[in-house]
Design a protein around this ligand. Structure first.
Ligand code: EPZ
Length: 425
């Protein structure tokens, strides 16, 4: 298992960062290719992230032909005669988003046998439930039974459009139902949807192929079923959380970064918070210039919420930043129970963090001293790297396969702006 060694503190963090395509937009878009008969070309794919490689392997195991064009960022996906509808545990246990093939397969082929998903341990022992997915799919006419950890699902012919109100907001369940309604018979109204930019990227992708999708409210989509989708070529949006991670890095390390290939309008909440702690930010159409302050101000309480609130996926990175603030701050996590696993590892570096229920209280002015720390999930891994950048000495971050799930070329992008980081086995 690979690890990173980071020699800190980084004195000069300066230069340009090129943001990769969004993993969390690309995953449902790739799953949605199962709805097509015609070829689909997807550009700006972060194909070197593990999650994308897992999804591409999953599509291959279902019979799709995957062909990289000109560079590693463009892929052409074509259906073959030997389409299958089996989502294996060996693949789905490594990535929760694998469950996004269920709806498209049942919608397109009328059946699927799909394993329950695995993925980050973000919810502690309550796992990563998919009840919201299954309950809503049933309302479109999907029938299923669960046998030995597999969902045996089928529909009598086409799924049928329906009015569905989600009892709770779920990114994955929203993506699942949008995809599953596109070929359903008649009209579907989806209420209380998640509205992350990655979901709009999915609907824009499907609309580019002739799907009849209309956002008729902030969290409401109307979908009129079509008989088939056209060939299309679509470029995935920039990665919102990678952008946020590098914005935190610059703020943390008194850096001066030009972060390119991302529309700053999509992260207003995060940028306002970074301005509050003292960062100087200039916005351009598709890039952000951010300068870190001499003194980082504390923030009484940050609470994570569904978009457009503060994203849970940036809570670990902000926790590192607030350790360096002058004064006490706190972060309250409302989405996942297991979001603070990295706090114990930060304490090994000298952080003073106390967790009560869903709130982490963070003492400021931490003098981070290098140590060996272990990644527990994707964003925790990135947060530990950020801490290593401002720690005195050589920090070793182990199990960076977590980082590789969602950050493409992370260490090389950091090296390019002055961070002393190297990967080893
Ligand atoms: C997506 O996960 C993202 N993953 C996560 O990013 C992100 O943290 C999360 O949305 C919230 O923004 C991808 O897009 C691949 P949810 P998802 O369904 O869809 C509960 C990363 O770092 N829930 O919105 O799994 C669930 O347990 C990853 O890139 C149910 O109870 O998130 C959680 O507490 C980590 N039943 C809450 O809802 C369900 O059927 C939000 O989950 C589904 C979810």
């Amino acid at each position: 298992m690979d690890k990173f060694s980071i020699t800190g503190p980084c004195r000069v963090m300066r230069g340009e960062v090129s943001i990769s395509g969004s993993k969390n937009a690309a995953l449902p878009i790739l799953a949605a290719t199962l709805l097509f008969d015609k070829p689909v070309i997807i550009e700006n794919l972060p194909s070197r992230t593990r999650d994308i490689q897992v999804m591409l392997n999953l599509l291959k195991s279902l019979g799709s032909n995957i062909q990289f064009l000109n560079n590693k960022k463009t892929v052409k996906i074509t259906k073959t005669k030997k389409q299958k509808q089996f989502g294996s545990y060996s693949i789905l246990k490594t990535m929760r988003a694998g469950i996004l093939i269920l709806g498209p397969l049942v919608s397109k082929y009328g059946k699927s046998i799909c394993s329950f998903p695995g993925g980050c341990v973000l919810n502690g022992n309550s796992g990563r439930p998919i009840n919201l997915h299954l309950e809503a799919l049933k309302k479109l006419g999907m029938k299923y039974e669960i046998k030995k950890g597999y969902i045996h699902a089928k529909s009598n012919g086409k799924l049928k459009g329906n009015k569905i109100e989600f009892p709770a907001i779920s990114v994955g369940a929203s993506q699942q139902l949008i995809m599953s309604s596109v070929l359903a018979k008649g009209k579907t109204l989806l209420h209380n949807l998640a509205c992350e930019p990655e979901i709009l990227d999915l609907t824009n992708f499907l609309i580019s192929a002739g799907a009849k999708i209309k956002w008729i409210g902030k969290r409401t989509c109307q979908i009129i079923g079509v008989s088939s989708l056209k060939e299309t070529k679509y470029s995935v949006m920039g990665d919102r959380i990678e952008t946020g991670t590098f914005c935190v890095a610059a703020t943390l390390a008194k850096g001066d970064l030009l972060i390119k290939n991302f529309d700053p309008k999509l992260i207003k909440t995060e940028l306002n918070l970074l301005k509050k702690v003292g960062a100087k930010i200039k916005l351009f159409k598709n890039s952000i210039n951010i300068k870190g302050p001499e003194r980082i101000k504390s923030i009484k309480n940050i609470t994570t919420k569904e978009y457009p609130g503060f994203p849970t996926d940036l809570a670990p990175q902000f926790m590192v930043l607030l350790c360096k603030a002058s004064g006490t701050s706190s972060i309250t996590e409302n989405i996942f129970q297991g979001r603070f696993l990295h706090a114990m590892e930060l304490q090994r570096l000298g952080a003073k963090i106390t967790i009560k229920n869903r709130t982490a209280k963070i003492e400021g002015s931490t003098n981070f001293i290098a140590a060996e720390v272990m990644s527990s999930d994707l964003r925790a891994s990135a947060a530990l790297v950020l801490a290593g950048i401002v720690s005195k000495g050589n920090t070793v971050v182990t199990r960076v396969y977590h980082c590789d799930r969602g950050y493409e070329n992370f260490e090389n992008k950091l090296k390019k702006v002055g961070v002393k980081i190297k990967r080893s086995k």
